[in-house]
Every structure is written in structure tokens, then in C-alpha cells.
Design a protein around this ligand. Sequence first.
Ligand code: SF4
Length: 247
Amino acid sequence: MPNESSPKQELLELARQLRRRVELSHESDFLAAPRARHAAEPAAAEACDPFGALAAKVAACRQCPLGSTRLNAVFGVGSPQARVMFIGEGPGFEEDHRGEPFVGKSGQLLDRILESIGLSRRTVYIANVVKCHPMKDPSDPEARANDRPPTPEEMDACRPYLDEQIGLIGPRVIVTLGAVALRALMGPGESITRSRGQWREYQPSGGGASVKLLPTFHPAALLRDPSLKRDVWTDMKNLKKELESAS
Ligand code: SF4
């Protein structure tokens, strides 16, 4: 007698094969597809929003000791298409608490300086050489008068982020605010009192075209010594002229 299967047995065999196919397809999805997706997603996100990707890197950074004591990484504020970029030394108490650069008394004065030549923190870009708050006593981020300038090691560690910001924004002019930012960009031998108001050429570390750089005083210096306001006003008029000549 030939070994003929019954319709019921055939149905059972078909169901078994179907189940095996579904299992195999789940296996291949599990093994292959997610790996491809996970590799592609961050690269795609970075390509779509390189500025956001850089900000996310800074938010997660622990490259130097400041990363372990900060309350917030302070990436920067303004337009990624800005024609002028203002660069200070690092976040202070207020900036650390709010995650935005230049928001204390110095920041309010900077806002007024910008307004005086028709700019605002939405049309320029404002950043610092280091993105985390340098503190005299890092164990107490709630203490006032705890700010200090960043060390050369901290500035070196953070420098690639600033270079990348400058590269992505491509400003026509960089204005350094104070001695620390001037020295960070133009070299440790620079003097703010000698260089203030003198147009310089900044050569980005990653290569590319040089950028006009104008050193001026930090707004905090104007709060300590209001007689410096006259010099900064002269610098801002020169900045305005430069931006108008370029438009
Ligand atoms: S200061 Fe710069 S390098 Fe140091 S932890 Fe913060 S983001 Fe990273």
C-alpha cells in the first residue's frame, strides 16, 4: 500500500513549514536588520543636523574634570548661520545653572552692546572656549563667587568643540571677549590691552579660509571699570562697518 497521507496530515505539515518560515524570518530580522539600522541612524542624524549632533556630544562629554562637576554643559546660543561669533572664556554660576552663555549681569550688558549696533543674541552666535563651569571649589556648584578662568589643560581638552562650532557656522567675523578667549585663539603671548580693537586674521585649526578676528574687552571688565565702555563702543562701530561692507 502506498504511504498516502491524509488531508489532516498534509495540513499539519503545511502549518509546520509555515511556522518554521516565520521563525527563520524573525531570526534573520533579529540578527541582521537591527544592526544595519543602528549603524545608520546616528550617521543619518549627524548628517541631517551636525550642529545638534555636536551639542549632544558636548552634553555627554567628560573629557576633562569640569565635566564631572558642572550642572549643565553650556554649548552656545544664537543662529548657526550667524555672520559674527562672540567667544568668551567659559560659563559662570548663572550660565551653569541655566545652560546658556552670558546670562548673568555680563550677559545683560552684552545684550545691550549687541542692540547698540542692531544685533541680538538670536542673530549672532555666542559661545565659550570651554563648555563647562570652571569652579574654585568644584564641590560646591551652588556657591557664589566660585568662578575661575579655565586652565590651559581644560581649554585644550575642549578646543575641538569650539573649532567644530566655528567650522559649522563659518562666521565672517569672530569677536573675542577678554584676554582668555583672545589667547586661546591667537596664542598665549597676546595682550588684551595691546590687541584690543586691532583687526587680526584667525586661521582655523582644521584648515580652511582665515576669519577676521576683533579682540575686545569682556563685559565683566566693563562692569568692574566703566571707563572701558568707550573702547568697546569704538570696537562695535568698527564691527558694524565691517559687517555692512560685507553685505
Ligand atoms: S569643559 Fe569641554 S572638554 Fe571639559 S568636560 Fe566640558 S565639554 Fe568636555
